[in-house]
Design a protein. Structure first.
Length: 461
């Protein structure tokens, strides 16, 4: 450069005297939190268009790299363990702070380098029993059932006029005759869920699903009660997140701020973000003052998607699978949680979707080709739940536990119910929540032994 007179003699001498410094090569794209990174890239390309090509953007995301690395390690371990000779299954997982909308971790598959197909946002699979909470929530919303409604648990064969076939839902080897709604969801009983769908009707369930963010077409058929219509993991997780947040909408937030040359192009941070500078947090708190929970997260300032009482009732029911039902292993998490296992026919798909007081998370496992099945023991509880627990335990860290559900909203009463009859319990029983006027008024050991008669009838189905 000196001979070409591009440098002065002094500048050339100074450059020659400067020792060479080795710099580490930049990490290639897709190394750190690749699924979040790619989803952010797609959002930027769609939202900014030609501006993206100018470069110079500084994009701050919600990704937690350490949690993303832990999620990938858990996915690799689980899918390797579940490889029974047909190749490892795929996985989709998301950890989502339903208070802020921040997506803490995203896992669209077991190996981003092998395939960038994001099964959280793009895959559509049958949800199995993880769909049941939507059936129960729709019925609770329009008062078709209460937490203490006795439901029929007996062999059934339903004729579906849409498909012109008879179908018999699989329901295990034993039946209870009559079971309370709270116990039926905890044990994931199929026949009572069909009973609930018959009471509330398919249109009401589809309407609620749409409001909760299920955009995929839902089949208007009877087997829909048991999760026969496919959904995307992000849709089902969003539905649970709305319920976990008391019925309020939750944004899918992957980006918190975008700047270029010091100019703020986007600020989507939430005031609850613990990493914000104090002055920035105060500004966000001031801007959100007086707004609804939706408005506080930058969404249209509208009413809740689901009434607070309905959200509390279904959240309370969803603690049942964890405390005494199909997801009992989740008690080892060491903090209150709620959620639902899901397994489709022949263990084609395994799910667990659930939440703590702060995060909603979901895990799906299965093969991209649904003709390849998981192992005989690889159901929602055995395959998906352990991964969910690993992710949630890591995401929550040392944060103090929060109650699930939280405090009940106004307009609910708690009553002790007899499990055999659904009447008021004379002794023993279970404490359940009701909207005023929907709770039973008759005692199980009432005049003429009505409660005992119903109990005996329940065992005759």
């Amino acid at each position: 450069m000196g001979r070409a007179e591009l440098l002065t003699r002094a500048a050339g001498a100074a450059a020659a005297a400067t020792p060479l410094a080795l710099r580490p090569a930049p990490q290639p794209y897709g190394t750190i939190a690749p699924w979040t990174t790619e989803q952010v890239r797609r959002i930027l390309a769609e939202e900014l268009g030609p501006q993206l090509a100018r470069g110079g953007l500084v994009v701050e995301t919600t990704a937690q790299p350490a949690l993303a690395a832990d999620a990938q390690a858990a996915a690799t371990e689980a899918t390797t363990r579940l490889d029974h000779g047909d190749g490892p299954p795929e996985i989709a997982a998301i950890v989502w702070d339903h208070r802020t909308g921040y997506v803490d971790a995203l896992l669209g598959g077991r190996d981003w380098q092998a395939s960038q197909f994001d099964r959280v946002f793009q895959g559509c699979r049958q949800p199995g029993s993880t769909w049941k909470p939507l059936i129960y929530a729709a019925a609770l919303e329009d008062n078709s059932i209460t937490q203490g409604t006795p439901l029929r648990d007996a062999p059934i064969a339903e004729y579906d006029p849409q498909t012109h076939v008879h179908w018999r839902p699989r329901a295990g080897r034993t039946y209870r005759g009559v079971v309370l709604a709270s116990d039926a969801l905890a044990a994931s009983l199929n026949a009572p869920t069909v009973d609930v769908l018959g009471r509330v009707g398919v249109p009401a369930v589809i309407d609620l699903a749409r409001r909760l963010g299920i955009d995929t077409d839902v089949d208007d058929v009877g087997p829909m009660a048991l999760g026969a219509s496919c959904v995307k993991p992000i849709e089902l997780t969003r539905a649970f997140a709305v319920l976990a947040r008391g019925g309020w909408a939750v944004p899918i937030r992957l980006i918190t701020r975008i700047t270029r040359d010091g100019e703020v192009l986007l600020d989507a941070a939430a005031a609850q973000d613990p990493h914000l500078a104090p002055t920035r947090r105060l500004d966000l708190l001031a801007a959100a003052a007086g707004q609804s929970p939706a408005g506080q997260l930058g969404l249209p300032d509208h009413s809740p998607i689901v009434d607070a009482r309905t959200a509390f009732l279904i959240d309370d029911l969803l603690t049942g699978p964890v405390t005494r039902g199909t997801a009992r292993d989740a008690r080892r998490l060491g903090r209150p949680a709620a959620g639902k296992t899901g397994t489709t026919n022949d263990n084609t798909d395994a799910w667990f979707v659930g939440f703590t007081g702060r995060v909603t998370a979901s895990v799906w496992l299965g093969h991209d080709d649904p003709r390849t099945l998981l192992g005989p023991d690889d159901d929602g509880a055995g395959a998906a739940l352990p991964v969910w627990m690993t992710l949630v335990r890591r995401a929550e860290g040392e944060r103090p536990p929060q109650p699930v559900p939280g405090p009940p909203p106004e307009g609910l009463v708690q009553t002790r119910i007899d499990r055999e009859t659904g009447f008021l319990a004379a002794r023993g029983g279970v404490d359940l929540w009701f909207k005023p006027g929907t709770e039973p008024t008759q005692t199980a050991e009432g005049p003429r032994g009505e409660g005992a008669d119903l109990g005996r009838a329940s065992r005759s189905f």
